[in-house]
Design a binder for this molecule. Sequence first.
Ligand code: ADP
Length: 465
Amino acid sequence: MSLRLRLTVLYTAVMGGVLLLFGLVVYSLVSLALLNQLDDLLARTANDIILVSRVDSTGEIDLRTLPPFELSESVFVQLWDTNNRLRASSPTIARLDQPLDPIAYRSAQPVFTDAVIGKAHLRALTVPLMVDDRPVAILQVATSRLLVDSTQGTLLVVLGITALAAMSLVGWLSWLLTGRALSRLEMVTEAAAQITRADDLSRRIPEDTEARDEIGTLIRAFNATLSRLEKLFTSQRRFIADVSHELRTPLTVIKGNVGLMRKMQEADEESLSGIEMEVDRLTRMVGDLLLLAQAESGKLPLDMQNVELDTVVLEVYHQMSVLAGDRIQVKLSQIDQVQVFGDRDRLKQVMLNLVGNAIQYTPAGGIVTLSLDRAGDQARFIVADTGPGIAPQDLPHIFERFYRGEKSRTRMRDGSGYGLGLSIASWIVKNHGGKIEASSVEGKGSTFCVWLPMKSDTMGRFSRD
Ligand code: ADP
């Protein structure tokens, strides 16, 4: 059953319930008022008769004392003695030889009842007449219920028709209104179906900026989900393209070398070391990708412990000075004692990446400066170089997977980079609750700054986003 139909049925049923209740109350009140009127009339008549009734010397009702029974034409009266003999009755029912109400006739108490005589529907009052607690006669007075019955019938018809009309109106209105409210929902469904059919995540459902209602919110939320999905799919597609691209080069080199060896019918040293180099490169890339996948999903296993960051910086400094040799001058400008809570090896990997890049991209004769200090409650590690800098159009993207600056891409491949280093560094720092920033002036050099929360406030507070 559609939502529209369900809501319409619900509203109509609620309306029906309310009207039924209302009808019952009105019907009962009117019936009660009308019956009370009849009962009053019967009680008054019975009272008038009882007031003037006398008993004769034989202990029976003295008929001479009774008023004429045709006092009121609409009321019928019967007087029965205790031997079930009809002693007197209204002239209009003179030929009736049975009690007006045969059932209540036996009652020991005055009682109002409904009775049917032939086709007539009567309201009857039966009163046993007593003298010294001894029953001497039974008085029955009755009147027609015709007016009450016809009023009740008319009321039922009026209430029924009104209820039906009101329910039809409510049903029609709710069908119309829910239809209008749900039509926008149908539009959303249709747009979603179209997007699925066309397999096009760039489409959006038109947003009505005026509509501040639930459906407007739904549309905005749906569009936001689409944007997120589109971004994810695009990045996934790009990622697959990047990986395939990066894999192709080493595989081509390996295949070339294998082909060469087959042709030469011998495994020459140069081809073998070429293959080995490419295999190493592939192994590193697969390892890096795995690490990145773990870091991005927040599942990077971190061996958390207290880390003396200054000793790590010193180690990196010594290691990288050897690597830089005479080509680049690596300097240590400032080193404060700083302790953080984190994974020592991963933090060292971040520093090695940054300093490695600085050395790699800075031309011979350049200077790479390292420093470690405190800035408020943060540890700050800075790597600055005097290299070519990073182009402004590259700067916002260098932390993305496989992103390589224009110059780096066109550089001779030295077998080291494939655009994952900074991405990994950024994720490791993020997983430690810190952040990494890059600034650069083209032609003058680049500066990378890593912020890490210091020990006291890092305990158990690592973001995993
Ligand atoms: P890779 O170094 O393998 O290319 P990274 O992720 O480490 O990948 O760096 C991404 C890009 O950022 C590099 O390709 C390069 O263009 C730029 N980059 C990083 N560090 C520096 C630096 N110190 N000087 C100039 N460019 C840099």
